[in-house]
Design a protein around this ligand. Structure first.
Ligand SMILES: Nc1ncnc2c1ncn2[C@@H]1O[C@H](COP(=O)(O)OP(=O)(O)OP(=O)(O)O)[C@@H](O)[C@H]1O
Ligand SMILES: [Mg+2]
Length: 256
């Protein structure tokens, strides 16, 4: 046992979670008494206006930020800081420029003591999964933005997390690449059976990928909403139920 690939369903339980920051001497309550149950293997999208606390919530779940009060449990166990059961993907891939694609993806395994041969085997599987098998010897500067982000996803998956935490992972990509990557993320999620918690400002992306969408309100006095997306995969963005859901979500933000 190498401490990687721990068995668990990737259930996340959040109870009474509160987080505030102090900014110029003023207290800012970002998350207030939040409750959330994410099912094992579920894809949950988090949307909400800029500054409503999406990144803060994700950072708390990642163990990068301590909550003021409340509890986060992963598969019933109280969460203590960062852990190998969770991988985080940010807007930009943050690859190590002096390492090849293969070495970037294998890096997290090697620092955890996995043998080079096993790390390479696992890394190659993940590189194939994101469609970059021919680029394993390339360096980050030789990749496009979308390819670099795919390497980031492969690297996050290589350590076999139970939970994948994504903060606007496709936010910096052009519209066409973004659509392709959304399809790839949906496929990877089905194949790898991880729990996926995805922050996005793109409502269509949320409906395309998620089982449920958590809508965080701008006004912290308001209650967050959970919207069930009960549509079969792969989803058709132009199908009437899809369009109706998008309209409903947009109306919730006062958009038309
Ligand atoms: N380290 C920090 N110190 C002080 N205030 C912070 C800190 N991090 C976040 N905040 C504040 O918390 C609030 C929520 O920030 P957060 O980054 O979670 O928003 P967000 O929903 O991710 O927004 P966006 O959609 O723009 O990414 C903001 O008002 C921000 O100024
Ligand atoms: Mg953010």
């Amino acid at each position: 046992m190498d401490g990687i690939g721990t068995i668990g369903r990737g259930e996340v339980t959040v109870r009474d979670l509160s987080k505030s920051f102090t900014l110029n001497g003023r207290r800012l309550d970002v998350l207030r008494n939040l409750h959330l149950d994410v099912r094992g293997g579920e894809a949950l999208a988090i949307v909400g206006p800029s500054g409503c606390g999406k990144t803060t919530l994700l950072r708390v779940l990642a163990g990068l930020e301590r909550p003021d009060s409340g509890q986060v449990r992963i598969d019933g166990q109280s969460m203590e800081g960062v852990g190998t059961d969770r991988s985080v993907i940010f807007q930009e891939a943050r690859l190590l420029p002096w390492l090849t694609v293969l070495r970037n993806v294998a890096f997290g395994l090697e620092v955890r003591g996995v043998t080079r041969a096993e790390a390479d085997r696992r890394a190659r599987h993940c590189i194939r999964l994101v469609g970059l098998a021919e680029f394993e010897a390339a360096y980050p500067r030789q990749l496009s933005g979308g390819m670099a982000q795919r390497v980031g996803i492969a690297r996050a998956l290589a350590v076999r997390p139970r939970i994948l935490l994504l903060d606007e992972p496709l936010g910096a990509l052009d519209a066409m690449t973004k659509l392709t990557m959304q399809e790839e993320l949906a496929r990877i999620w089905r194949e790898e059976k991880v729990t996926m918690i995805l922050v996005t400002h793109d409502l269509e992306e949320a409906i395309y990928l998620a089982d449920r969408v958590l809508v965080l309100p701008k006004d912290r006095g308001d209650v967050p909403q959970l919207i069930e997306i009960d549509l079969p995969h792969p989803r058709d963005r132009s199908a009437p139920p899809f369009v109706a859901l998008r309209r409903r979500l947009m109306a919730g933000f006062g958009l038309h």
